[in-house]
Design a protein around this ligand. Sequence first.
Ligand SMILES: C[S@@+](CC[C@H](N)C(=O)[O-])C[C@H]1O[C@@H](n2cnc3c(N)ncnc32)[C@H](O)[C@@H]1O
Length: 305
Amino acid sequence: MPLLRVSPRADVRLLTSFLTARLSTDYATRVRSLYRMYPPANLLSEQSTYLNVGYWETGSESYDEAQEALAGRLAEAAGMGPGDTVLDCGFGFGDQDFHWLATRRPHQIFGINVTPHHVAAARARARAEGVEGRLRFQRASATDIPFPDGCFDRVVSLESAMHYRPRTRFFAEAFRVLRPGGVLAVADIVPMPGAGPRTALGCPALDWVKQTVDDRNWHDRDDYAGKLETAGFRPVRVRSVRDRVWDPWIAYVTRTVDHPAFARRVSSLYRGILRWGMSDRVQLGRDLARLDYVLASAVKPDSSA
Ligand SMILES: C[S@@+](CC[C@H](N)C(=O)[O-])C[C@H]1O[C@@H](n2cnc3c(N)ncnc32)[C@H](O)[C@@H]1O
């Protein structure tokens, strides 16, 4: 008998979350509802529980590999290494933290996240793998970081800062909790220069941008660098990696949603929502052309004078 991975109850939760993410007047509720739509049983990735769009070297790697590669690029941008104390903001299910612990050997990683089931899942995994002393996850917002000044060597955020209200408050908080010489690294979604307002996006697959990206975060990569500098960081580097992100990601999603193995793996409601969201491929292409994807790194100067 095939393993039934999704229950009718999960479908009711999916539908409720889908509607709440669209209709709630409360921003925080919309963000939480967006991520309630993606429990581990309803994910585009196959093995991992990453929630990012991936960094695609060849376009033919697996989604899991592409997502891990993006985590690797971010750790590289942060200069994460042995002995570091790291803060990861918006950690999802925490996959990248387990990966970094194994590959970069930091002393400890603290994770903060506003989505309760992400915190619970990451904690449970850390306990199960016996690393709960080195990976510590808690519920908190990146715009109000519950740690004292100067206590981290690295602050990172992997495809989460577009949600922060606003992102500049996170920059200020990251600056505060970094030690002098510490580094902030962010993988983030911003509009292309001259992309127009968020409301111009027309494809339902990208409705989440209208519902869960703060308007104050809708600025291009040059402004991004300027805002990091305004927070006190120097030097600052913001580079677009969009060519390694959007086209290969959408190619992967397009071939996956119609694949029988995917249909067996996820709920048909989830697959139906995905297919409906992407049904106008011309509009989707136009919308994606408006999106940039940046990797930013910024140093808190040794002397703030
Ligand atoms: C697209 S997911 C990325 C998750 C993970 N970094 C990954 O790559 O798999 C965005 C994450 O940001 C979290 N998030 C959204 N707003 C947040 C906030 N203000 N503070 C902390 N986390 C937040 C969400 O709960 C979610 O876990």
